[in-house]
Design a protein around this ligand. Structure first.
Ligand SMILES: [Zn+2]
Length: 246
């Protein structure tokens, strides 16, 4: 009977265990990927745009930031962009409709502001929004963690529960796929009431800090093509986990 029960569970899941290579387990899903920051956010000619501020439910915060970088100067904006582009292709191969929050990674472009990125998720009716980032922490810190929205009255009531579910799926799926977990954030989960992009979203949204750019090992992986491909595959495993648990 145990065998039968296990078989029944497999059939009930949205993603068959032995899916054919051409299967489209994510058909019908809409995913917004947000490659954090933009190279031109650090360009002085955009300082006026960058100076825009909005109340996010708890604090007045800025439009966007420049992001961090490795010790050798590889920008977070570029890392986020490369991983997001790879992940978009992987998700599309599985049948998802995918949009990005920015169309370039250029020193001659700014933003968009984080609140507008979240509004894009609402506008396109995304099932989920995944914000792709890397941290700039002390050198001994490494590994990935996930930020999920905390309760902000009048702002996040609608997304706290599904956001937590998405965060848990990302953590479980990425860990199972081999992504090195954070050694400085307990259980790889941080609940935030002060992340503008999470508070403005009306769809389940998380921010994934894929690693620490100031850590030598993480930086090495983040700046190599093979490493970027690996990060995209780990994120895919998390997203697959979320949709397969419906
Ligand atoms: Zn960032």
């Amino acid at each position: 009977m145990l065998g039968l029960a296990a078989a029944a569970l497999t059939v009930a899941g949205a993603v068959p265990v032995h899916a054919a290579p051409d299967a489209k387990p994510l058909a019908g899903t809409v995913v917004l990927l947000d490659p954090g920051h933009q190279l031109g956010n650090s360009n002085p000619k955009f300082s006026k745009q960058m100076a825009q501020k909005k109340f996010n439910g708890t604090t007045v915060k800025g439009c966007n930031t420049t992001g961090t970088a490795t010790n050798s100067g590889y920008p977070e904006a570029t890392f986020n962009w490369k991983v997001a582009k790879r992940l978009k292709r992987l998700l599309e191969q599985q049948g998802a409709r995918v949009e990005l929050t920015r169309s370039t990674n250029s020193y001659n472009a700014w933003g968009p502001c984080v609140w507008d990125r979240a509004k894009q998720a609402n506008r396109i009716g995304a099932d989920i929004m995944v914000n792709i980032h890397a941290d700039g922490a002390p050198a001994k810190d490494h590994g990935f963690f996930v930020l999920a929205p905390g309760l902000v009255k009048g702002w996040t009531e609608d997304v706290v529960k599904p956001g937590r579910k998405l965060a848990n799926a990302m953590i479980a799926g990425m860990t199972a796929a081999g992504a090195p977990p954070s050694n400085y954030i307990a259980n790889q989960l941080m609940i935030s009431t002060n992340t503008t992009g999470l508070n403005f979203s009306d769809v389940p949204a998380v921010t994934v800090e894929l690693g620490n750019m100031r850590n030598a090992g993480d930086a090495q992986r983040m700046t190599s093509k093979a490493g970027q491909r690996q990060y995209a595959q780990w994120l895919l495993a998390g997203i697959d986990r979320y949709f397969s648990r419906g």
